[in-house]
Design a protein. Structure first.
Length: 195
């Protein structure tokens, strides 16, 4: 573990490689698991503001799930805000393209220039997960290993792309360019020491 600014960062973000391989997994992270995507408190207002536009990009089942559960819910186990699910499976904001790959309806609206909110930061950062300790006010960034991402690990190794570089845009969106630059400098320093 290292500390960048006031964040605890797992060494795995530098040491492990990752590059999404949507041709292999079809975006299974959008429909696998037993809970929706984590949401930050400030994202709740963004969902409320953008939903009238985003809803046009969603499937009928997604719109129905949101109509019955709400734009977000609170997880009973960890108290985190999360996206609702369709029948305890796919994220209500997920759609499928004509090849069967998962897409985010929120991101589709953003790509079309209809909204300024790209998608939940937890989705943008994946496979990095943030754990917050409210008593110490620390955040820890960890690499989330999931068997559905095996092809992404293989592709990342072939490209020699560390997890943190794969998530560069999301890390800058969340913490700023200075944070990313410090992490990158640390990674380069460690790489030089190993040579």
């Amino acid at each position: 573990m290292i500390i960048i600014q006031d964040k605890i960062v797992s060494d795995e973000l530098v040491e492990e490689q990752f590059l999404c391989n949507l041709d292999a997994c079809k975006g299974a992270c959008c429909w696998e698991g037993d809970a929706g995507a984590p949401l930050e408190e400030e994202e709740l207002a963004l969902l409320k503001e953008t939903y009238p536009t985003v809803s046009r990009y969603l499937s009928p089942a997604g719109r129905a799930a949101i109509a019955s559960q709400g734009l977000y819910l609170i997880d009973d186990e960890d108290g985190e805000y999360r996206t609702p699910l369709i029948d305890d499976a796919p994220c209500a904001y997920m759609t499928l393209d004509n090849t069967g790959k998962a897409q985010c309806g929120i991101e589709q609206a953003w790509q079309a220039g209809d909204i300024s909110f790209r998608k939940p930061i937890s989705c943008h950062l994946y496979p990095i997960r943030i754990t917050k300790n409210l008593s110490t006010n620390f955040e820890a960034l960890n690499y989330d290993r999931w068997d559905i991402c095996a092809a992404a690990c293989t592709k990342g190794k072939a490209a020699k792309l560390p997890v943190y570089r794969f998530a560069k845009e999301a890390l800058i969106r969340k913490y700023g360019a200075d944070f990313y630059d410090e992490l990158d400098q640390y990674a380069k320093h460690i790489s030089t020491e190993k040579e």
